[in-house]
Unconditional design. Structure first.
Length: 366
């Protein structure tokens, strides 16, 4: 069932000045000095629209720093008063919501480990009933769009209108260069589902390392994200959490100043007609791809009938491995990555098996 509730477009939020909306600040609030000095430097560099700091930290293993807790809220209040900027923190329980609101926190976000749990999200939603506060929902740690949409719907149903999403990547068992896989298609699909939903990228938790922040931020800007949440610490190497991915305010400013901000649209008629022409070529190729796939599946079905007649199994691993290896070799000369080719071939192969399976087992079903 779709929830029919309104989402306030980001351009109407008072915290929004220009794209990208910058939510910057340390991973965790550690001490009063660290919080105030980070805020001071970010404000001086003009690189903070909303000051973020984790007060309660969800940690994977016990015995890690789990946040300073409620005492840190008065430092956020001080940032808000001294620099006249809105402040944000993560909430995971109703108690967190009440305490954060008591100290005037303007923006709450639900962390990736909380979004996965509908009980926890509902508890937060209940605590937010009738409260006029801004809320961002981070993606769940597992790549599941429905869980993300569901969490957003729960908060919307509580009457929160200024609601947005934060894309912080998805975890995987394999060790990869990035801490969390971006899987850009998922937030893109989310935006298709919930029009007007403000979408913020969190390159810090996707990359897990400050070396990747610039590339991930640029990619987010090119995908027309509304903002960036980036962790910044006055002395990253001594940070109590996430030290590898934090940047000093000065380094953050330098990185952000180098981002290229492209516009979504152009009124230049020459540009529009060139793009239209190129897009119509893409449409033609997409149609051709579909026709080719249809024909490939028809052949697969014919093979299925033939194998059935001769009592041969569907899956023949040697033949399949040959196809993949050959395609990867060819693709290399065409500028197509081995990952892409192997993903696409796997999907085609799976569909072929489904078609052959249908043909081979047809009469048993009658
Ligand atoms: C954070 O923003 O510091 C945090 C804990 O994020 P996530 O929920 O994305 O892991
Ligand atoms: Mn962090």
């Amino acid at each position: 069932m779709e929830t029919k509730t309104t989402i306030e477009p980001l351009k109407n939020w008072d915290i929004f000045k220009q794209r990208p909306l910058l939510m910057t600040g340390p991973c965790s609030a550690e001490t009063e000095e660290q919080v105030m000095e980070t805020a001071r430097q970010l404000v001086a560099a003009n690189k903070v629209d909303v000051f973020r700091a984790g007060i309660w930290k969800p940690r994977t293993r016990p015995n890690s720093f789990e946040g300073v807790g409620a005492p840190g809220l008065k430092w956020l209040k001080q940032v808000k008063q001294e620099f006249s900027i809105p402040v944000a923190t993560e909430v995971a329980t109703e108690k967190h919501v009440y305490e954060a609101l008591k100290f005037g926190v303007d923006v709450l976000w639900i962390g990736a480990r909380t979004t996965v749990n509908p009980f926890a999200v509902q508890e937060i939603a209940n605590a937010l009933q009738g409260v006029d506060v801004m809320v961002f929902v981070k993606n769940p740690i597992n790549p599941e769009l429905e869980l993300w949409v569901g969490a957003i719907e729960r908060i919307m149903k509580a009457g929160v209108k200024r609601i947005g999403a934060i894309h912080r990547g998805f975890s995987s068992y394999e060790k990869t260069a990035f801490r969390n896989q971006p899987q850009w298609q998922i937030p893109i699909d989310l935006r298709q589902r919930l029009k007007d939903l403000p979408l913020i990228c969190d390159p810090s938790h996707i990359g897990g390392n400050r070396a990747y922040l610039s590339d991930i931020s640029q990619e987010a800007m090119d995908l027309n994200y509304d903002g960036l949440m980036i962790e910044s610490h006055i002395d990253p190497d001594t940070a109590w959490s996430d030290k590898k991915q934090q940047l000093t305010p000065a380094a953050l400013a330098e990185m952000l100043d180098q981002l290229i901000l492209r516009s979504v649209d152009s009124s230049d008629t020459q540009f529009v007609s060139t793009i239209d022409e190129l897009r119509s070529q893409i449409d033609i190729f997409d149609d051709q791809l579909l026709d080719i796939l249809e024909r490939r599946m028809q052949i697969a079905e014919t093979i299925g009938q033939y194998k059935k007649k001769h009592n041969i199994t569907i899956l023949q691993s040697n033949r399949w491995q040959e196809i993949v290896n050959k395609a990867i070799r060819k693709a290399n000369n065409k500028g197509l990555s081995p990952e892409f080719i192997s993903t696409i071939l796997k999907a085609i192969h799976q569909e072929s098996i489904t078609h052959q399976m249908k043909v081979m087992n047809e009469h048993e079903k009658i």
